[in-house]
Ligand binder design. Structure first.
Ligand code: ATP
Ligand code: MG
Length: 654
């Protein structure tokens, strides 16, 4: 970005925290001051929220950057902190997980139950020859055994690598090979969209190419037929018969806890390595601070899949370390009907909901009357993660899900950061729709220009992190050089996140998407996010993805792929009229420079399995190229639909 990003979007709405929430908030404004006074002492206090079997000698060793060590010399067990200590404190009967299967079957698992299940799994894994430092691949549906498998690995010091259950055999093979995993934990299948969906055949295909795999541990979930070999072991035979007693051994604060591959929106997935003490400290603290979790009264629900970092930090480690009661759901939001999520919120009286913009925009597309049919009055706090949230989607979420009362926390972070970095504090921050606001206490984020100079308020550029943080990635598994090159080479001494951002006139942060997605139109850097948000602010639009396509006169021209809301007529001339109206609307909202050259009305957008829009594929379509790597795409038929719309000229051009 030679020039800084144009700052086009103006947003003046403000939402102060509700008085009752502010009065009882877990974290108050003085946290910013105390962290600013002594950042390391602040993090040491947060580490003190955990149980350590050996105290650390040094809070941070940053003598060999970018390779950080946090809580040097300290020892703890992650599973002990998530389970045993709550049971020991008398909370064994508290529900840890209210689980809902897609077909309607349910399970209620207390902390005492979860400890017993995890102990059994730890004993069984040990019997299968897994020892501390070994890697275990986990390829499971959203069933409680997924959390149990992760906790059991943590308990015995094995490093887990969870692979999303929707991935193909190739994706699983690559991830197993990259980590040289010894065991895979899987299931016969899981329920997706009303049908059993097999997992075991994919594992069989992958394992045939993975000589490091010694055993495959298989949970019976759907009861479908599975091929069987000597290396396979049933979970109900090996785990459910094992002893429920297991003494957790403490591991070094820097012991590898897990490897997780990024979602692949921009490039080949990277095996991000997280370790023990710093990771758990920040996952637990941020869950406590950002969601204001009250373990005695809240029912928390994070809708992410366990295969993403959000599932790791905000289904398993953060909430369980804090003794939360949570809901876990196996299936899709539209099975058996589009109100399933709201039915579950009503049934379990969910108080805190954490979901993704893609889901919010999908709900907008489905229509307001769906949530309106349910009692959502238990909700008191709403969160968002995964992509920039468009101001209109933020408002829709607050109004239609949060009754116009619940604070919305837009949380920015990455697989690499391990835990939330930039977010409002719900009892402190007056929020602005679409802004992640400020770095959390103890976090040092900034926006810089291409000379690494901090941009003034009102300016835009690259999001960087200035100081190491406890849950930071320690490296890319097996590739220290790629770690240094990817994150630490663009700006000397700074972590480069890959995202563009701007500071508004108050110094609050607005995420503008990947820097790779920024468009250069007639000499102006324009963010795809801002144009998308302008489109979504039109009442007929549910979702939009914008890309820059090479253009002979303007350098790049703006091409928008737009999904209309459910009720909107787009046939024939109505579609043409809508397109013309949308181009005018963007021009009026952001200025003529941002007026799209072309708008296409499409039924769907290409998304990764984690629901993020894959703009690079749309850029291929817009520039008439053949498509790049589509292996992490959710549904490849979407691209055919979009490409054929493009070819048939269902678009508008001056
Ligand atoms: P890859 O790095 O392989 O391309 P990915 O970046 O999509 O994959 P994740 O680590 O899951 O994989 O996603 C992190 C990214 O998601 C962030 O860098 C940012 O672009 C986006 N993101 C997450 N939360 C927010 C948010 N609240 N606002 C804006 N963007 C967000
Ligand atoms: Mg990324």
């Amino acid at each position: 970005m030679s020039e800084t990003l144009a700052n086009l979007l103006q947003e003046t709405r403000r939402f102060p925290p509700p008085a009752d929430l502010a009065a009882a908030a877990n974290v108050t404004a003085d946290a910013y001051d105390s962290a600013a006074e002594d950042r390391l002492a602040f993090w040491a206090r947060q580490a003190g929220r955990l149980d350590w079997s050996t105290e650390w000698d040094q809070i941070l060793d940053w003598s060999n950057p970018p390779f950080a060590k946090w809580f040097v010399g300290g020892k703890l067990n992650v599973a002990y902190n998530c389970l045993d200590r709550h049971v020991a404190a008398g909370h064994g009967d508290r529900v840890a997980i209210h689980w809902e299967g897609e077909p309607g079957d349910t399970r209620t698992i207390t902390y005492a139950d979860l400890l017993a299940m995890t102990s059994q799994a730890a004993n069984a894994l040990t019997d299968l020859g897994v020892t501390a430092g070994d890697r275990v691949a986990i390829y499971l549906p959203m069933i409680p055994e997924a959390a149990v498998a992760m906790l059991a690995c943590a308990r015995i010091g094995a490093t887990h690598s969870v692979v999303f259950g929707g991935f193909s055999a190739d994706a699983l093979t690559n991830r197993i090979q990259d980590a040289s995993a010894k065991v895979v934990i899987t299931a016969d299948g899981g329920f997706r969209r009303g049908k059993p969906s097999a997992l075991k055949p994919t594992v069989d295909e992958a394992v045939a190419k993975c000589p490091t795999i010694e055993r495959v541990l298989v949970v019976r979930r759907t009861g479908q037929d599975v091929a069987w070999s000597d290396r396979d072991v049933w979970w109900h035979e090996a785990v459910e018969t094992a002893s429920t007693e297991h003494t957790a051994e403490a591991f070094d604060a820097e012991h590898p806890l897990f490897i997780l591959y990024t979602s692949g929106t921009t490039a080949k997935p990277k095996g991000i390595l997280h370790t023990t003490g710093g990771y758990l400290t920040q996952a637990a603290y941020t869950h406590h601070a950002v969601f204001d979790l009250k373990p005695e009264s809240d029912v928390y629900w994070c809708t992410a899949d366990i295969g993403w970092v959000t599932g790791h930090s905000y289904i398993v480690y953060g909430p369980l370390a804090n003794g939360a009661t949570q809901l876990m759901y196996e299936g899709t939001p539209d099975t058996p009907h589009k109100g399933r999520f709201w039915e579950l919120v009503q049934k379990h009286k969910v108080t805190i909901l954490y979901t993704a913009p893609t889901l919010i925009r999908t709900m907008m597309k489905w229509g307001d009357d769906i949530p309106r049919g349910h009692d959502l009055s238990s909700l008191r706090l709403l969160g968002s993660v995964g992509e920039p949230i468009n101001p209109e989607a933020w408002i829709w979420y607050r109004e239609n899900i949060g009754r116009g009362e619940c604070p919305v926390v837009d949380t920015w972070w990455q697989t690499e950061t391990g835990a939330i970095m930039i977010s409002p504090l719900p009892g402190v921050t007056s929020t602005k729709p679409g802004s992640a606001m400020r770095p959390l206490p103890g976090i040092s984020a900034d926006v810089v220009d291409d000379q690494a100079q901090s941009v003034p308020d009102g300016g835009g550029g690259f999001l960087v992190l200035r100081e190491p943080w406890p849950s930071m990635l320690r490296t890319i598994w097996g590739d220290d050089q790629r770690f240094v090159d990817t994150y630490w080479s663009r700006f000397e001494g700074l972590y480069f996140a890959g995202d563009g951002a701007k500071k508004d006139d108050d110094g609050d942060l607005w995420l503008l998407g990947r820097v790779d997605d920024v468009m250069l139109v007639s000499g102006h850097n324009i963010s795809t996010t801002e144009v998308e948000s302008a489109l979504v602010s039109h009442p007929s639009v549910a979702e939009a993805a914008v890309v820059g396509a090479t253009d002979p006169t303007t350098g790049q021209a703006i091409v928008a792929f737009t999904i209309p809301r459910g009720s909107v007529d787009t046939e024939g001339s109505a579609g043409e009229a809508l397109i013309a109206e949308l181009r005018e609307h963007v021009s009026k909202t952001l200025g003529p420079i941002a007026k799209p050259r072309q708008i296409l009305l499409v039924p769907e957008l290409p998304k990764t399995r984690s629901g993020k829009i894959m703009r690079r594929l749309l850029r291929d379509v817009a520039e008439n190229r053949s498509l790049g790597d589509v292996t992490t795409l959710q549904d490849s038929s979407v691209m055919d639909l979009i490409s054929s719309g493009m070819r048939s000229g269902k678009s508008d051009e001056d």
